[in-house]
Design a protein around this ligand. Structure first.
Ligand code: ADP
Ligand code: MG
Length: 701
């Protein structure tokens, strides 16, 4: 059918007046015929059979019955009245009950006329009843386009109140199929359809809205989910291809003095196999002539920092500058100190730029960046300020990528006349399925191996009532020369209220661990940076044994001698945060522990989180559970989840289909990158339509 017809404004559909059109637009985002056809039911009621009243069982969930109303009565009850109708069929009698809308029901429902009713039944004192049943005259029921599986569309209270009930949506859908005669172009090639035995698009659309059977419904859903995921993958793969083709990158073809000297003379430890592999992958990208756009995933403690440094050294070897951006001041400072140490004896000028760097020092940094005497700049998002100009930035690295938005990543692109190579690193493992959808435009490297000699962290869950035992354990560990973190949740670093927990906690710890035997550091977001640094420094140097902190220490902080992480009110943290926090320990050779403290009040989800944490140290496994608990939107923040506004597929539940879709998208593009082949005509056309109406990357001309 004509694609233009599908672009017809919804106002023109018979049965949709200006009011309904407005509601559909505002409440459901339905502007055109196309939007309506793509408005999918989120569940179905099985109406394959009719029950007789005599057959009803107390265990029946939802049933469909044919019968008639023979009379009404109003029953007074404590709160308001209820309207009760006597309802009979040829086998028995039951009651229909309404708590609202009495007047309308009395005026509109017909007595002694056959109806089809549908709903949940209850049984009080041997009498079956149904509250607020779905009702339709038998006569109309027989006339309408009837299917066994009745679709239930997503709705809102507002829509229902204004009369756009499920039945109305159903009617509009029928009308749409009448006006378009149910003829819809296919959007996939015969090749793909044949390979996967997919039904046609027209059949799929019909059966998803008016399923003829369970089996056809399943086929329809598979076909539509596949299509949706397939085109998302096409978009991502094409974007990735475009970047490689069109976005020229600086060619770093030299491996020179800096890299060699460091590798031969300054490497503090043998690299793990995974680190070596990843460096190789990045090196080959850097020399390829295309811009590097790579995501480096590695669990906490897997050693991403040294990889970052070695990549920066390659940039330096090719006469470029490099920068590394971290999400917090503490982390940036720590990177700076660590990298400076590693670079000792290498004749590299490296500087730190954060919000608290003084103006005079800042000026020096700006000058040196512009005249090229500064080789490596480490910092927070202060790096993104317009005043920060590089002479020749060749590589930008972003640590803990999930803390930054896409916009910030984009801003780095413009720090040079040509976009620099971009490497983003994250310790928050992204489940493979999600990574495919969110970062399908990035190449991915994974460090899946921890440095040798690490012992798995032992994680336990303890109730607050066991606190004294936990304190004794802490004392023993301190006795052995270890250091301890105690972390308190702060939902909003800016909210004063939350500090009460932290301060109360600090005081009770200070009582339990008195000076001079014990020294305690405290760090939180409302402290001045200088004070934070001072406290952090004392802990790093081992002058204090206990660090009381909020989640500001969550990312990156590295104190190998710290071997115990206590997380207070652990039920208030999300899984990825718990995993990040736990990653602060287990960095040395000693056995490390993570103790999750909670009260006895735990939600089901809270319990699942704690069980997951005590069961595994594997960040990817944890990420998969997190994805299931929270869903993709929440997990990645709204900014990055836009692409996941799926109409019918579900990234988590349908990840099998996602994999198939990605494989097929890859197969199509590797055979026919510009979709010029005759057999891919429909794919090409559909992709162009998507590009036209949705602003995706228009690459195929
Ligand atoms: P993350 O990936 O969490 O950023 P880091 O780069 O901070 O991890 O490394 C964690 C710790 O492991 C650091 O103390 C680092 O010096 C050490 N490390 C990294 N790679 C190795 C290795 N190959 N062998 C031994 N220790 C290593
Ligand atoms: Mg790190």
């Amino acid at each position: 059918m004509n694609a233009n017809l599908l672009q017809t404004p919804i106002d023109y559909l018979k049965g949709v007046g200006p009011n309904r059109a407005e509601l559909l637009r505002k409440e459901m985002g339905i502007h055109t015929y196309q939007d309506l056809i793509n408005f999918f039911p989120n569940r179905y009621l099985d109406k394959t059979r009719f029950y007789k009243v005599k057959e009803l069982l107390p265990s029946n969930a939802e049933v469909q019955i044919i019968g008639k109303i023979v009379g009404f009565k109003t029953v007074e009850q404590k709160r308001g009245k209820r309207l009760v109708a006597d309802f009979i069929d040829d086998t028995g009698r039951m009651e229909l009950v309404w708590f609202r809308g009495h007047k309308w029901i009395r005026e509109n429902l017909k007595v002694n006329t056959p109806y089809v009713i549908f709903g949940k039944t209850n049984n009080y004192g041997g009498i079956f009843s149904m509250a607020h049943p779905d009702m339709e005259l038998l006569e109309e029921h027989e006339k309408s386009l009837r299917t066994a599986m009745q679709p239930i569309y997503p709705s809102s209270e507002k829509l229902t109140n204004k009369g756009i009930t499920n039945r109305v949506v159903n009617k509009l859908m029928q009308q749409l199929f009448i006006e378009t005669r149910g003829r819809f172009f296919d959007t996939l090639s015969e090749d793909i359809k044949g390979n996967l035995s997919l039904i046609s698009r027209a059949d799929a659309l019909f059966n998803v809205h008016f399923p003829k059977s369970q089996e056809l419904l399943a086929k329809a859903q598979f076909r539509l989910k596949f299509e949706e995921l397939f085109y998302i993958q096409m978009q991502l793969l094409i974007k990735n291809m475009m970047q490689k083709q069109k976005i020229k990158g600086f060619v770093f073809d030299k491996i020179g003095h800096y890299f060699d000297d460091f590798y031969k003379n300054h490497l503090p430890f043998e690299l793990t196999g995974a680190q070596k592999r990843v460096i190789k992958e990045i090196r080959s990208d850097l020399g390829s002539g295309a811009q590097l756009n790579r995501l480096l995933q590695g669990d906490v403690g897997s050693g991403k920092t040294i990889v970052a440094l070695m990549c920066m050294l390659i940039a330096l070897d090719n006469d470029f500058q490099a920068c590394l951006m971290a999400p917090t001041e503490i982390l940036a400072t720590q990177h700076f100190q660590g990298l400076k140490e590693l670079c000792e004896g290498l004749d590299i000028n490296i500087a730190l730029l954060t919000g608290s760097v003084k103006t005079a020092r800042r000026r020096v940094i700006h000058e040196q960046l512009e005249d090229g005497t500064l080789n490596i700049l480490i910092g927070t998002h202060a790096l993104l300020e317009d005043k920060v100009k590089f002479q020749n930035l060749g590589l930008a690295i972003i640590d803990e990528q999930h803390r930054f938005g896409v916009a910030q990543r984009a801003k780095l692109w413009h720090k040079n006349h040509l976009p620099p190579h971009i490497l983003v690193m994250t310790a928050t493992p992204i489940p493979r399925t999600l990574a495919m959808s969110l970062y399908g435009d990035l190449d991915v490297s994974v460090i899946d191996e921890l440095p040798p000699g690490r012992q798995p962290i032992k994680t336990v869950h303890r109730y607050d009532s066991n606190r004294l035992k936990v304190f004794r354990f802490i004392k023993d560990e301190i006795q052995k020369g270890r250091q301890i973190y105690i972390v308190y949740p702060l939902i909003q670093e800016s909210e004063k209220m939350d500090y009460k927990d932290l301060m109360d906690g600090y005081e009770s710890i200070a009582r339990e661990f008195p000076m001079p035997d014990y020294q305690i550091s405290i760090v939180h977001g409302q402290m001045k940076p200088a004070d934070k640094d001072y406290e952090m420094e004392r802990f790093v140097k081992g002058e204090t044994q206990i660090m009381v902190a909020t989640t500001v220490i969550e990312v990156g902080v590295n104190v190998p001698n710290a071997s115990v992480m206590i997380i207070e009110s652990a039920e208030r943290f999300g899984l990825s945060q718990l995993h990040q926090l736990r990653g602060r320990v287990g960095r040395g050779a000693e056995q490390s522990y993570c103790i999750l403290m909670t009260s006895h009040k735990l939600s089901e989800e809270g319990k699942t989180r704690l069980q997951t944490m005590t069961a595994t140290n594997d960040g990817f496994e944890i990420a998969e559970v997190d994805l299931k608990l929270r869903g993709p939107g929440d997990l990645m923040g709204t900014q990055q989840s836009g692409i996941l506004n799926l109409k019918i597929a579900d990234i988590v539940k349908d990840n099998q289909i996602l994999k198939v879709a990605r494989d097929f998208a890859k197969r199509v593009l590797s055979e026919d990158p510009e979709l010029k082949m005759e057999k891919n005509k429909m794919i090409r056309y559909t992709y162009q339509q998507l590009a036209k109406h949705k602003n995706i990357w228009n690459y195929i001309s």
